[in-house]
Structure formats: C-alpha cells, structure tokens
Design a protein around this ligand. Structure first.
Ligand code: ADP
Ligand code: MG
Length: 254
C-alpha cells in the first residue's frame, strides 16, 4: 500500500503522522518505507536524528537522475537509507529540493516517483510525507499513492480550506491517478474538553466528510519524541497518544 499524507497547511501533523504510522507498521513486522518530500526534512530528522547528515543519496538525487536519465545501478533502492528501527527505511529529503522544482515541472516529471515506487516489490507499506504546498512534489506524491490521509488541526480556517483541498485531490484523481482514494481525514491535536474543536469536527461529520474514527490528542510526548528522534511506538509505547496512533493504524488495516 502506498499512502500519502497531505495537507497544504503547515504544522497540522503531516510529518508526525507519516513517521509514526510508518514506525508502527514497521514495528508490526512489515517492511516499511517513508519517503520524505518536504525540503524542511522534518520526517528525515525524526527518523534518523543526527544520522540525517550521513545520508548517501536522497530524494533530490533521485529527481536529479530523472532529469539526466542517469538512474543509479540499483534503481530506486540506491536512494533508500536504513533507519535505527527494524523494518523501517527512509528516502531522506534535502533542503535544496526547491531548486529543482521549476526544471522538474517544465519537464513533466510527475509520474517518475510513481514509476520508481512501483518497482519496490519487497516493501509492504510506503508512506509519503509532503511539503505544505500544492506543488510539483505534492502532485508527484498524490500521483504515486493509492491512499491519501489528510491531517486536520481542528481550526476553523483549516475547515474552510479542507473543501478546496479535497477538490485538489479529486482533480488529481481524475487527471492523473484513478487509483487514488481519500482514506480519511485525521483529526490531530484534538482537545476533547474544548467546545470549538468538537463543533468544528461535528461540522465535518455533518457534511459527511470521511473523518477517521481515531482522533489524535495533543500531547507533549509528540515533541519529546521528535526531540529524541524516536517514534512514539518506541519512545512511549503505552502512552495515550501512542494508543490512538495504534487505533488509527488498525482502522487503516482492518
Ligand atoms: N498530536 C500532537 N500533539 C502535540 N504536538 C503535536 C501533535 N502533532 C503534531 N505536533 C507538533 O506540531 C508541530 C507540527 O507538526 P508536524 O508533524 O511537523 O506538521 P506538518 O508536517 O504538517 O508541518 C510539531 O512541532 C509537532 O511536534
Ligand atoms: Mg512536515
């Protein structure tokens, strides 16, 4: 299963959700890959910690190779790094990714990531983390994926933006990738005591939007686990937020 975590807004939990679901998948014995497409490299940093500086080849090298037609001998495997966690692999991002954007767009390279990921037969699950934009990289990710998760931060502006976002996904599906399904909207940083977030989420449900049943609470454990570069399933396996992530994972893999 190839799954993209997408929202044009920053800070809604894309990297946290992509990395933690990938880590749970790997911890259950599935060979799992996380592809980081965001030049901010948050997910790469999260999974590799200081090791992020020692990555050999990354997603930028991959996209450069599509421009020069010089794919490495091992194909897409050449761009995959091991992480410290069993069964969990990463294609790291690169802060300079933005420099290639115009060239890749001009040369219509949006199918290259999909073609490359389709060659990875020995991976059970692939997660793609995206930048907070609707650009070439996000489009490549949406074209490459079968499922799409949309993190949602319970904010009124985010709710309004959600409709345009869903239209973008729908348009991508029609134009480039018939296989793409919105698996669900992931409610993140949910505060059950507060009235407004509840109302906003109820509004989504009233509009019959596909909201995932497992809501993710706000917890300081998330920032701690980022700081330590240890995903929640290893950092704090029994914590409430980890259990919510496990419930989300189970919902995606019934
Ligand atoms: N459930 C949560 N509880 C507490 N903090 C969170 C939670 N989800 C995300 N965060 C924090 O919010 C910030 C943005 O999250 P991130 O996953 O980087 O979002 P995005 O990738 O969409 O920009 C990070 O500092 C992260 O630690
Ligand atoms: Mg991010």
């Amino acid at each position: 299963m190839r799954r993209v975590v997408f929202n044009q807004k920053g800070g809604v939990g894309k990297s946290s959700i992509a990395a933690n679901l990938a880590a749970i998948s790997a911890s259950k014995g599935h060979k799992t890959l996380l592809v980081d497409m965001d030049p901010q490299c948050n997910a790469s940093q999260y999974l590799l910690g200081e090791g992020v500086d020692e990555v050999g080849a990354d997603i930028m090298d991959f996209f450069e190779s599509t421009l020069s037609f010089q794919m490495r001998a091992n194909g897409f495997d050449s761009y995959i790094s091991q992480t410290p966690f069993d069964n969990l692999y990463l294609v790291a991002s690169n802060p300079q990714l933005g420099d290639l954007h115009a060239k890749l767009e001009a040369k219509h390279k949006i199918y290259k990531l999909r073609e490359a990921l389709e060659t990875l037969e020995d991976f059970d699950h692939i997660y793609i983390d995206t930048p907070p934009a609707f650009n070439f990289y996000t489009l490549s990710a949406l074209v490459a994926a079968q499922g799409c998760l949309i993190p949602f931060d319970c904010d009124e502006f985010s709710r309004q933006a959600l409709y345009a976002l869903l239209e973008n996904v729908q348009e991508t599906r029609e134009d480039h990738n018939k296989e793409l399904q919105v698996e669900g909207i992931v409610v993140n940083q949910f505060q059950p005591q507060a009235r407004l977030p509840r109302q906003i989420v109820d509004g989504l449900l009233a509009d019959e939007l596909p909201v995932m049943g497992a809501y993710l609470s706000s917890s300081v454990k998330m920032k701690e686990s980022h700081n330590e570069s240890i995903p929640l399933i290893h950092y704090s396996p029994k914590h409430k937020l980890t259990r919510e992530f496990l419930a989300l994972y189970d919902e995606l893999h019934p």
